[in-house]
Structure formats: structure tokens, C-alpha cells
Design a protein around this ligand. Structure first.
Ligand code: ASP
Ligand code: MG
Length: 436
């Protein structure tokens, strides 16, 4: 079984939806995971916010605008009156449901129901379109098998044991369609896998039913070896290991939802990143294998704050770092990078909501310095201890820029550096020209 996931832009217009059949071969047994039409989830978030603020007029205006765009969408998608009628019924049903929340108490539970409508609409529209043109397909309701637990962690075994019987009910069917992003939580309520979560859906399904391969179809030809918006001449990376891909996905290579790497890795399902606009392009294959002896990619993450704690109490002490980390833990603030010396420790965070509370508590240890507007530059590749020279090439490329922190040796496949965000563009370009 193959899992094919198409993102919001790949279903973003009637024309794009029709072209999916250039990629999908209906005779192959597969599950197609769809996102909402691009822009829809953002609009649904706005509608929910209006409801949360009890601004019913604003909610109604936003609903009409979105519904109008769908009315136009279906007129272009369907070519028969029966098809159009089925599409119209669908749109009327979902927008009726969204509008009806005006008369109810609106809580985060209702909000999640609204956010789910985008994927419910896109998948059903595609199913209806396929039946209009005589292509058989089966809709699988994600809400019947996608499940997260009390900690919002997906339950892969549950997903498998509820999805397999649905597939078994249709032994002759080859083309299954389901919603990305949406799921049920431990209370059985409608929930979701957070923004961009459709990739995660695809890899969870792949893991749960032991698929041959998960294909993530977007509009760029795989993960690039640097940020194409900043550096000219970036190239797609042919192969990445799961670890390398997770590192890059976290560091802002927006093409893949960072968490989606883990189920695929754990259950050994290869993930291929492919381009809807150029289906023949090789893309990026993420699997257990990687090419050794190579630098793969450079990525950057902005909005980082560095904190340095200097304390003579750290000298020859044990338990000091634990006490520092506990403060961050209490404020639910993840630490990204760490470097230490005998009497100081520097950490970085990207969530600054509780920064002033954290700083207040850290001051009990000694002096504390804060540098906002920092960027982490992450170079991913084969940095195993037996490789000589790669690290020095990285430093050589950055010798003209002030570096605030360096993290090397945490894993054998990356070096991370912290520098001022104002130096990011120069750093990315300089690394690119010297490393590739
Ligand atoms: N529609 C959802 C979002 O916009 C999920 C996704 O597209 O992956 O975040
Ligand atoms: Mg996405």
C-alpha cells in the first residue's frame, strides 16, 4: 500500500484537483491524504476567533466570503448538473454547520470542530469529482481511526487496528481518500494534529498499516540544501536519513512537518518528498540509509533568544544544571541549544512567553545575560568523529562573523551555531559557497 499526501496548494484550485490524476494511478492500491484547500484553515481560524470574541457579525461576514469562494470553486470543478448538485449540497451542509455555532456557547471544543471542516470538504469534493468522471474511490473518515491520547500523542496501534478493518471491507477498491490533520482526542472529541499536521497524518497511517512508502507531494522538488529564498543555486537533496530530516524539518525547512519523521522512522517506512508541479523530478528520499562522507544541507531558525548564566557555584558542583533546567521546565519552555564552561552555561529558547519569570529565578544563581534576535544555523551531514575537516570548513566559512554559541558532537550529523539574525543571510551564503 502506498500513502500519498497532497497539501493545500495541490488541491488549491479546481484545475489543480483535476491534475491530481496525472500523479495518482487509480489502479494502484493506495490511500490519498488531503489537506484543506489552501487558505481555508486560516479562514476557519479567523471565523473561530470571531466566535470566541463573540463578534457574530464578523464571523458571519467571514463565513459568507469563504462560502462564496467555494461556490465558485465547485462551479469550475464539476461539469455535470448532478455533480454540481452533489458539490452544492456538500458546501451548504458544511457552511450551515459552521454558521449554526452563532447560536451556541463557543469553546475550544467547537473551535476544533470548525477547524476540521476544511479537510472534510476537500476530501469529499475530490471523492465526488472522481465519481462524476467515473473513477471509483472510497472515502475513509479519519475521525473513525485517527486518535491522540491524553498527552496529544498519536496512538499508532489504535490507528492501525481501526483502519485495517475499514480497508478490509473493500478488498476490490484501490483508491482510498482520507482527511489529513483531523483526529479524535482521548475524550472522543474532534481534535487535530496542529497546523501543518497533514504530513503527520500520512506518516502515521504509513506506520500504522506498514505501508511500502509515504509520498508527500508539495510544490517544491524535495528538501533543498539551503534556503532557496535567500541563497541562489540551492539543490534538492537526493537522500536523507530520518535523523537528518528531523533536524532539518525542525530548523525551518518548512516542507515537512517535523513530527512526521518519527513514526516513519520507528516503523521503518520510507518517506519521499515530491513535487506536484514536476512529478518526474527525483525529490528527496528519507529512509534509514544515508550517504556517508557528505555535507547535506544548511538551515536556519530565527527568533532565538540566548541566555547566559554565570555562577561561581557551578564550579565543581553537581546538580547545578538540573536546577537551571528545572526552571525552564516549570515554565514549559523548551531549550534548543546548550553550551557549558566550568562557571557558565548558555542556552537558547524560541518561546519567550515566560522569559521575565525565568530570568527572575535564574538570577538567584548568579549573573544572567540575555541576547534576543539570534539565529541558529544548522549544518547537517556526516560529522562523525572519524571525519576530519568538515567542522573546520564550517568555521572557515564563518570566520568573518561573530559567533555566539557552537554546538558540536551532540549528534554525529550536525553542527549548530548561534549568531545575530542580522548576520544570517551572509552566513547562509558564505557556508553555501564554501561547502557545496
Ligand atoms: N489544513 C491544515 C493546516 O492548514 C493542515 C495541513 O494543511 O497540513 O494547517
Ligand atoms: Mg504543509
Amino acid at each position: 500500500m502506498l500513502i500519498l499526501k497532497f497539501g493545500g496548494t495541490s488541491v488549491g484550485s479546481p484545475d489543480r484537483i483535476k491534475k491530481l490524476l496525472d500523479i495518482i494511478d487509480p489502479s494502484q492500491r493506495q490511500i490519498v491524504v488531503l489537506s484543506a484547500v489552501s487558505g481555508t484553515t486560516n479562514s476557519l481560524v479567523e471565523i473561530s476567533n470571531a466566535y470566541l470574541q463573540n463578534d457574530k457579525q464578523k464571523a458571519a461576514d467571514l463565513i459568507i466570503a469563504l462560502q462564496t469562494s467555494y461556490n465558485k470553486f465547485i462551479r469550475e470543478l464539476f461539469s455535470t448538473s448532478a455533480g454540481l448538485e452533489s458539490g452544492q449540497d456538500l458546501i451548504d451542509y458544511h457552511f450551515g454547520l459552521i454558521s449554526a455555532f452563532a447560536n451556541e456557547l463557543f469553546t475550544p471544543i467547537e473551535e476544533k470542530i470548525i477547524l476540521a471542516q476544511g479537510e472534510l470538504i476537500s476530501t469529499t469534493l475530490y471523492h465526488l469529482y472522481l465519481s462524476e468522471i467515473g473513477v471509483s474511490s472510497k472515502l475513509l473518515p479519519a475521525l473513525d481511526f485517527m486518535k491522540i491520547d491524553e498527552d496529544n500523542e498519536p496512538v499508532v496501534e489504535y490507528i492501525g487496528s481501526h483502519l485495517e478493518p475499514l480497508l478490509d471491507q473493500h478488498p476490490q477498491e484501490t483508491l482510498f481518500i482520507t482527511q489529513g490533520f483531523i483526529c479524535r482526542n482521548s475524550f472522543g472529541e474532534i481534535d487535530n494534529l496542529r497546523r501543518g499536521g497533514s504530513d503527520y497524518t500520512a506518516s502515521l497511517i504509513g506506520a500504522a498499516i506498514n505501508a511500502e512508502e509515504v509520498q508527500i507531494w508539495t510544490d517544491i522538488d524535495g528538501m533543498h540544501n539551503n534556503d532557496p529564498r535567500i541563497v541562489k543555486g540551492t539543490k534538492p537533496i537526493a537522500r536523507l536519513s530520518f535523523d537528518e530530516a528531523a533536524e532539518l524539518a525542525y530548523f525551518g525547512a518548512k516542507i515537512l512537518h517535523p513530527q512526521s519523521v518519527f513514526p516513519a522512522q520507528k516503523y521503518k517506512i520510507p518517506v519521499r518528498l515530491l513535487n506536484t508541479m514536476d512529478p518526474k523530478a527525483q525529490g528527496t528520499l528519507i529512509s534509514h540509509e544515508s550517504e556517508s562522507g557528505k555535507i547535506k544541507s544548511i538551515a536556519a531558525k530565527d527568533g532565538i533568544t540566548a541566555i547566559k548564566i554565570q555562577s561561581s557555584r557551578m564550579l565543581l558542583a553537581y546538580g547545578f544544571l538540573r536546577r537551571v533546567f528545572e526552571i525552564f521546565e516549570r515554565y514549559k519552555t523548551p531549550i534548543d541549544m546548550i553550551t557549558t564552561s566550568e562557571v557558565a552555561v548558555s542556552v537558547t529558547i524560541d518561546e519567550t512567553r515566560y522569559l521575565s519569570d525565568i530570568l527572575e529565578e535564574l538570577k538567584s544563581f548568579g549573573s544572567v545575560e540575555v541576547d534576543p534576535e539570534q539565529t541558529i544555523i544548522c549544518v547537517v551531514g556526516d560529522f562523525g568523529a572519524d571525519r576530519h575537516g568538515f567542522a573546520s570548513r564550517v568555521f572557515e566559512s564563518l570566520k568573518h562573523l561573530p559567533i555566539r554559541m557552537i554546538s558540536y558532537g551532540g549528534s554525529s550529523y550536525n553542527i549548530s551555531l548561534l549568531l545575530n539574525t542580522t548576520d544570517k543571510v551572509e552566513a547562509l551564503r558564505s557556508l553555501h559557497s564554501r561547502l557545496f
